[in-house]
Design a protein around this ligand. Structure first.
Ligand SMILES: [Fe+2]
Length: 158
């Protein structure tokens, strides 16, 4: 990924050409994202990878192809990840689980809507998908997911 990132910038893609994209630079994993469970951290790293792949795709003129691949893969990713995460929350007897599951459902619905639009041949911008996933990272993983960390730790999170 590092080599790809370097290549990406060497290609001279002009971030300024897309409003707001400057705020969405390549994302690196850090401990700030860790929920203290290796399995869940691994899943969250996959999400960061998707965002970075989309950034990369925009510099390679294969944005739409990759957008379609990623958009169609988000549903499967979410189903797998949310199921595991909800099991951990259940085992940790996390009291906020119902509200959390509602957020997951909202994500799945939005991902499904994007996948449908893709299937119907609509041209979906990498930008829109990056924004959707980045927003999830910032507002769900860094906020909602962090709230279950104490409950999982008290149950000996892995
Ligand atoms: Fe979550």
């Amino acid at each position: 990924m590092l080599a790809r990132q370097g290549n990406y910038y060497e290609k001279g893609f002009n971030f300024r050409s897309v409003k707001g994209l400057l705020r969405m630079a390549i994302i690196s994993w850090s401990q700030d994202y860790s929920v203290g469970v290796v399995e869940l951290d691994t899943h969250h790293k996959q999400l960061i990878k998707m965002i970075n792949e989309l950034h990369f795709a925009m510099s390679k003129d294969r944005g739409q192809q990759l957008v379609a691949e990623i958009v169609n893969g988000i549903g499967d990713y979410a189903k797998m990840h949310f199921q595991v995460e909800e099991t951990y929350m259940h085992e940790g007897e996390y009291l906020g689980i119902l509200k959390h599951i509602r957020e997951h459902k909202g994500f799945v619905e939005k991902a499904q809507e994007m996948a449908n639009r893709c299937d119907e041949g609509e041209f979906i911008l990498s930008f829109e998908v990056i924004e959707f996933l980045s927003d999830w990272l910032k507002n769900h993983i860094l906020k909602s997911d962090m709230k279950y960390v104490p409950a999982l730790k008290s149950k000996g999170g892995r």
